[in-house]
Write a protein of this length. Structure first.
Length: 342
């Protein structure tokens, strides 16, 4: 099993360089409230030589497919063929609140979006007539989409972030890899079942398909202390928008922590920050993160490998720590995966 690092924008170059020296396979740039992915990836491309680079993930509502294809082609060319395009539909609050894009038919939109991106990357003019995307726009005889980028791969890998069964099957069918978040080993095992079904729809197996859960990570022999360094990330993601449509709240409910979701949102409504942190159980964090000392993390990595993960994303971005603290997490996880021999 390989390792990836999910960076923070402020220390992205330093973390990517450290991960490269430690033998990590991939450096991932997130996209959300704090930074876009493309800017961070461009910085990392210029500061590294061998490590793969990926978006985790670029938000589909944020860009027309032509822009996503152009960005991917540029990053792949600038990095010497090291880029993987991670895409995701995000959630209703971000799609509608940020970008003014309706969150209807997310699976059909994703399918059409990926078809256009792949066609553009292969080269040549692209016209498209779908239910959600039309190029050129209806009634126009405009010049078709056509990338003239040089030096990129026409078949650069596309990964999809997915949570629900139908979305996972779609990822297996149309993508080259899956990016998961806040998932347990059992969750990975269930995801692999759906991914495999999607691959079968194209007459393919899982060989060569990347299964990559990205896990908040904190190192401390005291498990509760390690979990405490991740509470802010859980509180932030579970607190976005309506708890009935928030994907992370849905995950917590599926894992048996519905009461924690209710407590968190009551505390958010009351503005009680202490209660907000206390609402997130250590047990939930432990189910969906890498926490503890090197030996404990190695055992956990082996569980994810056994469940079908091919790459583990080490989310140093989630830990409340310093730059040196994040580098120490990278070093510990590099030793842990060797210890786990997975």
């Amino acid at each position: 099993m390989k390792l990836a690092v999910n960076v923070v924008a402020q220390d992205a170059a330093v973390l990517a360089e450290a991960a490269e020296k430690l033998g990590y396979d991939l450096a991932l740039a997130p996209e959300g409230y704090r930074s876009d992915a493309a800017s961070v990836l461009g910085l990392m491309a210029g500061r590294t030589r061998h490590i793969g680079l990926g978006s985790a993930v670029m938000q589909i509502p944020a860009r027309p497919p032509a822009t996503a294809a152009l960005t991917a082609a540029t990053l792949d060319a600038l990095s010497g063929g090291r880029f993987r395009l991670g895409l995701g539909v995000s959630n209703p609050d971000v799609s509608e609140g940020w970008y003014g894009v309706a969150f209807d038919h997310p699976l059909a939109r994703t399918r059409e979006y990926v078809e256009i991106v792949r066609a553009a990357l292969r080269g040549g003019p692209v016209t498209y007539r779908g239910e959600h995307f039309t190029l050129p726009s209806a009634g126009r005889q405009a010049a078709p989409l056509h990338l003239y980028t040089e030096g990129h791969r026409g078949d650069l890998p596309i990964h999809l972030a997915a949570v629900g069964p139908r979305n996972l099957r779609l990822a297996g069918e149309i993508a080259d890899g899956w990016t998961g978040v806040f998932t347990s080993p059992d969750g990975v095992r269930a995801a692999v079942t759906q991914l495999r079904a999607g691959r079968r729809a194209r007459g393919l197996g899982l060989a060569g398909f990347e299964v990559m859960p990205c896990l908040p990570t904190a190192v401390d022999a005291d498990v509760r202390a390690a979990a405490g360094r991740l509470r802010g990330q859980y509180r932030y993601l579970m607190g976005v928008g309506d708890p009935e449509t928030n994907f992370y709240c849905a995950l917590a409910r599926r894992l048996g922590f519905a009461d924690a979701v209710d407590r968190l949102h009551r505390a958010l409504s009351a503005g009680d920050r202490t209660a907000q942190s206390e609402a997130i159980p250590v047990e939930f964090i432990d189910e969906t993160a890498l926490i503890g000392d090197e030996k404990r993390i190695a055992r956990r990595m082996a569980e994810y490998a056994s469940a079908g993960a091919t790459t583990l994303g080490v989310m140093v971005s989630a830990a409340a720590t310093t730059r040196q603290g994040r580098i120490a997490i990278l070093e510990t996880c590099a030793r842990a995966v060797a210890r786990a021999a997975c």
